[in-house]
Design a protein around this ligand. Structure first.
Ligand SMILES: Nc1ncnc2c1ncn2[C@@H]1O[C@H](COP(=O)(O)OP(=O)(O)OP(=O)(O)O)[C@@H](O)[C@H]1O
Ligand SMILES: [Mg+2]
Length: 371
């Protein structure tokens, strides 16, 4: 097992106008399960491939187990990678698929046998060792792909969207299996996904990427409770956080007709940067249906009943003065409410949010304002 450290790592593909990964500083602790998450094209696979040695590093350093691995050949890195398209060898049995890389690296037969049976036991593949891949379900094939990595007993696992070929139900069960497998093996793992639910449920820590840059790294709870910028705020959580431009009025943020007090430090930072408004964020579950004279008014666009919860999609109704001056736009708001007594479509309602549940970000930079 080993820690992995990125020091100012960059990769700039020839011919592209900006780096695919830029100035990456990140430490993955020994035995940690770190998830890289972000939208398509943000540099997740490139990052993983640099650790594996499949992609050159243009500047910076990658340390594995404290040693400089930046220019090591892939075979000398003691790493096993599981890809999205794990392509098993169709003419080989499950056992031979798992044995293949061990044979190539000259692991003796007895030792191969021990490792394959150990991995098959961990992955519930013992009954299938003699079958060909075509006689397996999608989830079982996925586990064979994991098995090929496990038998190598590497210092680090790299997994690039290993569940994306599976249907929704199988993804959830395989997700749980990978998490428990990794707890048993305790091997440092870097796991790539673009699915924020997968990231939040599996990671010890989650690193959110956007446009080749690391936006924030922290525990799932930290990212949820204290997103560092509007990108992370909008990316983590489903339905997404409401993010709304809000003019400042004497220390308050205006949300529709409501004035909500902000921390003094937030207001001061915005004003010092020459801004007269902020972006406020509040999660759907913090929005409550309010009584007359409270909060702000909104028109119901749609209510989705999901059994235990309901999602209310509404459009905030602006005060007449803001509407006529054009300073604010109509804004959509999502609330998670109880399905009992949910309002009906087109109904006019009032909504409120508590000041403690408001996140404030700079309108210009998108960064979280100090509190
Ligand atoms: N071999 C390559 N040559 C040139 N550009 C590349 C190459 N591979 C990737 N890129 C570009 O680098 C950027 C990052 O790609 P990367 O594959 O790391 O993204 P990703 O986060 O893994 O995306 P996805 O979620 O779609 O897999 C993208 O803009 C992509 O187009
Ligand atoms: Mg990728």
């Amino acid at each position: 097992m080993a820690a992995v450290e990125f020091i100012s790592v960059a990769r700039h593909y020839p011919g592209s106008d900006r780096p695919a990964v830029d100035a990456l500083d990140l430490q993955v602790a020994d035995g940690e399960f770190l998830v890289l998450v972000g939208p398509s094209g943000c540099g997740k696979s490139t990052t993983l491939r640099m650790v594996a040695g499949l992609e050159p590093v243009d500047s910076g350093q990658i340390l594995i187990g404290g040693k400089d691995a930046t220019n090591l050949a892939p075979k000398d890195r003691d790493i096993a990678m599981v890809f999205q398209n794990y392509a098993l060898y169709p003419h080989m049995s499950v056992a031979d698929n798992m044995a293949f890389s061990l044979k190539i690296s000259g692991v003796p037969k007895g030792e191969r046998h021990r490792r394959i049976h150990e991995a098959a036991r961990l992955l519930d593949l013992e009954p299938y060792l003699e079958r060909k891949p075509k006689a397996l379900s999608g989830g079982q094939r996925q586990r064979v792909a994991m098995g090929r990595a496990v038998v190598r007993e590497p210092q680090v696992f790299l997994m690039d969207e290993p569940l994306s070929n599976l249907d929704a139900k199988l993804r959830v069960s395989t997700r749980t299996q990978i998490a428990s497998l990794r707890r048993r093996l305790g091997v440092t793992t870097i796991y790539v996904t673009h699915d924020q639910v997968e990231a939040m449920t599996m990671g010890d820590r989650v690193a959110v990427f956007a446009g080749g840059r690391l936006c924030q790294v922290g525990s799932p709870q930290e990212l949820y409770e204290k997103p560092a910028n509007v990108f992370v705020a909008g990316f983590i959580g489903s339905p997404a956080m409401n993010l709304i431009p809000a003019p400042l009025h004497q220390g308050n943020a205006q949300i529709g007709e409501a004035l909500i007090p902000l921390p003094r430090a937030s207001v001061q930072a915005a004003l010092e940067a020459g801004s007269t408004s902020v972006t406020v964020g509040f999660r759907p579950e913090t929005v409550k249906i309010a009584g007359d004279g409270e909060g702000f008014s909104a028109t119901v666009d749609l209510v989705e009943i999901l059994g235990s919860d309901a999602y209310l999609y509404a459009t905030m109704i602006l005060p007449e003065s803001d509407r006529s001056s054009g300073t604010l736009q109509d804004t959509a708001v999502i609330a998670r409410i109880s399905p009992r007594n949910a309002p009906r479509k087109t109904e006019k309602i009032r909504l409120r949010v508590n000041a403690e549940e408001i996140h404030a970000f700079s309108r210009e930079t998108g960064q979280r304002l100090p509190t």
